[in-house]
Design a protein around this ligand. Structure first.
Ligand SMILES: CC(C)(COP(=O)(O)OP(=O)(O)OC[C@H]1O[C@@H](n2cnc3c(N)ncnc32)[C@H](O)[C@@H]1OP(=O)(O)O)[C@@H](O)C(=O)NCCC(=O)NCCS
Length: 174
């Protein structure tokens, strides 16, 4: 497979449909689909909708993209909350996962939060039952804060498939 040459850019509202498709394919794919990690077996329904994404186009909130020409390959949401930046919706197109794009975009999200929002901490919430993902973030310096909360789908658009699903908060100093 030839190496992916991706460029970084900020998403605009015209990207919403492509981001919805990418995020749902990465997080909640059909059984047997490509990708090394997803939550389709844990949560039913879409991860995002166009309506939900539209609410992210506000001050102190940005969606960063890695794209190859017109094709969006990866995305992440960065939102400033006090002196922290909350990172979410990190997703790589399943067809090009495990080629370094997720790590690259996470670094870019951190750099953006530092330079544009003055963030001193990066925070994210991860499902407690995804050890492979918790290990991925631990290798990038994200440690559990001890905070846990019941999984509550944003906008009520999805439903947990297992009882007692929890989110663990991870944090890294900027
Ligand atoms: C998580 C995700 C964004 C990572 O993106 P990616 O482009 O595949 O990641 P990269 O290629 O940059 O990094 C690959 C890392 O995963 C590891 N990895 C690859 N395949 C793996 C596997 N089968 N099991 C465990 N780890 C694996 C690699 O070892 C590498 O980590 P390392 O460099 O520390 O060794 C992507 O898999 C995704 O979109 N997943 C679905 C959505 C999701 O769960 N998002 C995060 C929610 S908090």
């Amino acid at each position: 497979m030839p190496p992916v040459i991706a460029t970084l850019r900020t998403a605009c509202e015209g990207d919403i449909d492509a981001i919805v498709q990418l995020v749902n394919a990465a997080y909640r794919p059909a059984p047997g689909a490509a990708g090394w990690t997803h939550e389709g077996h844990l949560v039913a329904g879409p991860r995002v909708t166009a309506a939900l994404l539209r609410t992210l186009f506000v001050d102190h909130s940005v969606i960063l993209l890695l794209a190859e020409g017109p094709k969006i390959l990866a995305c992440v949401h960065v939102k400033a909350v006090g002196d922290a930046a909350c990172l979410g919706m990190l997703a790589t197109d399943p067809a090009v996962q495990a080629q370094g794009l997720g790590k690259l975009l996470l670094q870019q999200a951190e750099a953006h939060a530092r330079s544009q929002f003055g963030s001193r901490r990066f925070r994210m919430a991860v499902l407690s039952v995804r050890p492979e993902l918790l290990a991925f973030y631990r290798r990038r310096g994200y440690m559990p804060t001890g905070e846990a909360e019941h999984f509550h789908p944003e906008g009520g658009i999805s439903q947990p498939r297992i009882e007692g699903l929890q989110l663990l908060w991870l944090e890294k100093q900027a």
